[in-house]
Design a protein around this ligand. Structure first.
Ligand code: OAD
Length: 243
């Protein structure tokens, strides 16, 4: 397995402001399917065709059941060594911001404190009428989308294709990217914007970019170091090299 380079270890030892940007791949060793990898389909449907406001308008019950399934899967999964390595890094560095596209909550369950969620959370419901958000940690909800106190229909509190990202989260991610000296990009195909623009932003502000992914992505040619392997095997090496 690829060990961290001396350059990366010495940068980590200098306690740089750090951003870790994660995607679905960081949870694949927890048993959760990625979006574009094998096993991502649900009842023969491509998740991308269900993760849109149009799909929810047309088939609210189907989309609701799909998210119920995702909550059940996420609740049954646990954080893996990659999630835990980020917790360890956060405890060793003065400033670490974790920016995630994931909605599964595994970073929070592992214990990462400073989490910026770009795509919302499976564990939040939002009213389609009044916009109120509520936390709901139950893995299995009603078979039909429930009603908010105002009478509106509740929907999953995630960002769907064609929707804007939460303004504060994107702002926070961009600020952290502008200020960081090290960015680790882990388990994302770097295909979905605006999240995929964040490493480019950090790079142009002078950060050292590291990518961890068993497959090359459109970001790979831009990074300073590419680690070709599963995050659960590579990231713990970054932390133990620091000790
Ligand atoms: P993708 O499914 O597009 O990409 C997952 C990436 O993880 C791929 O590049 C894999 O090679 C990589 N990968 C797989 N196993 C890995 C491992 N063990 N360690 C490290 N990397 C691994 O998922 P995302 O990039 O997260 O958006 O997708 C971005 C967004 O597209 C999602 O947040 C979601 C989706 O549609 C919304 O729902 C708005």
């Amino acid at each position: 397995m690829q060990q961290p380079s001396e350059e990366l270890l010495s940068l980590l030892r200098s306690d740089p402001p750090t951003v870790v940007l994660t995607g679905a791949g960081i949870s694949s060793e927890s048993g959760l399917a990625t979006f574009r990898g094998p096993g991502g389909h649900w009842e023969g449907r491509d998740p991308m065709s269900l993760a849109t406001p149009q799909a929810f308008d047309a088939e609210p019950t189907t989309v609701w059941r799909f998210y119920d399934w995702r909550r059940t899967q996420a609740a049954a999964a646990g954080p893996n060594p990659a999630h835990r390595a980020i917790v360890d890094l956060e405890s060793k560095l003065s400033s670490l911001t974790l920016v995630t596209q994931n909605v599964d909550g595994l970073h929070e369950r592992a214990g990462t404190k400073n989490v910026v969620r770009l795509h919302g959370s499976l564990w939040t419901l939002r009213c389609t009428a009044c916009g109120t958000e509520q936390k709901d940690l139950r893995p299995r909800l009603d078979p039909l989308p429930p009603e908010c106190g105002c009478g509106g229909m509740l929907r999953p509190g995630v960002v769907w294709f064609g929707e804007s990202l939460p303004r504060d989260a994107m702002q926070e991610a961009q600020n952290a990217a502008r200020l960081c000296r090290l960015m680790l990009v882990v388990g994302t195909s770097s295909l979905v914007y605006p999240a995929a623009s964040i490493p480019q932003f950090a790079k142009s502000a002078g950060a050292f970019l590291v990518e961890v992914n068993p497959e090359r992505t459109p970001l790979t040619p831009l990074v300073d170091e590419y680690y070709d392997g599963p995050a659960g095997e590579i990231l713990p090496g970054f932390v133990s090299g620091l000790a």
